[in-house]
Design a protein around this ligand. Structure first.
Ligand code: MN
Length: 236
């Protein structure tokens, strides 16, 4: 593309680092699973009965992607900005209506993620039956660590934890996912033609809570790695 093609320079492709590689993973879409740990669903006042429910999803713009180690502004129009520590799955192979037993073929690797949320706006929207975008599709809110390549590996367990200023806030295990990795890929692929570079944030365990400017967040998932985020001053 020459500079004659577009009116102005297009935004760069959102991307994340890959452990052990000089090449970066180009990100296509960001999917998020809602209420995927029982104890978190309960703390949100919306317990899940898997026998009669299906998973649900929301999306965020890839422009919200933010690297681990960043300092991000405290966003506008909220008084309750919250952390959600999550396991992130990177899709490495296209697929549609993927049978559960084949889902592993579509896994490129995993990362640590933070699904930062304007909780006050999310809950107001939820309770009025409005879209979640202002609560969830927040600038700088999709924080992601480097991707760890694990082609074909279905993660079934591993401690997941988040601390704020050294104090543990969330501590659970990936084995407690209501809909596991295979079930998420199989179900989401009924709705979307999954493509390489799609990232799936798999949901947060209990213990979510607010941050303030100056807070330092440190997340960890056994077998994957770490994630860091500093909350900066209010957005200017
Ligand atoms: Mn989440």
């Amino acid at each position: 593309m020459t500079q004659d093609t577009y009116l102005w320079t297009p935004a760069p492709t959102p991307c994340v680092a890959v452990r052990g590689s000089a090449q970066r993973l180009p990100v296509r879409r960001l999917f998020f699973v809602g209420r995927n740990y029982h104890a978190h669903a309960a703390e949100m006042g919306k317990p899940v009965d898997k026998s009669v429910e299906r998973p649900f999803y929301f999306t965020k713009s890839p422009l919200t992607l933010t690297a681990s180690g960043s300092t991000t502004p405290y966003p506008s129009e909220t008084k309750n900005y919250q952390f959600e520590m999550e396991l992130v799955l990177a899709v490495g192979k296209a697929g549609f209506r993927i049978p559960a037993e084949q889902t592993h073929e579509h896994i490129y690797g995993y990362a640590c993620g933070l699904d930062m949320t304007r909780r006050d706006l999310q809950l107001a929207a939820r309770d009025k039956g409005r879209p979640w975008d202002l609560g969830k599709d927040v600038e700088h809110s999709s924080v992601c660590s480097e991707i760890v390549p694990m082609p074909g590996k279905v993660m079934e367990s591993g401690a997941i934890a988040l601390s704020v200023n050294g104090q543990v806030k969330q501590h659970s295990d990936v084995s407690k996912l209501i809909w596991n990795i295979r079930e998420i890929i199989a179900d989401l692929s009924l709705f979307y033609h999954l493509q390489p570079g799609d990232l799936i944030y798999t949901g947060t365990p209990e213990g979510v809570g607010p941050v303030v400017s100056g807070d330092q967040l440190h997340g960890h998932i056994d077998g994957v790695g770490e994630i860091l985020l500093t909350i900066g001053p209010a957005a200017a």
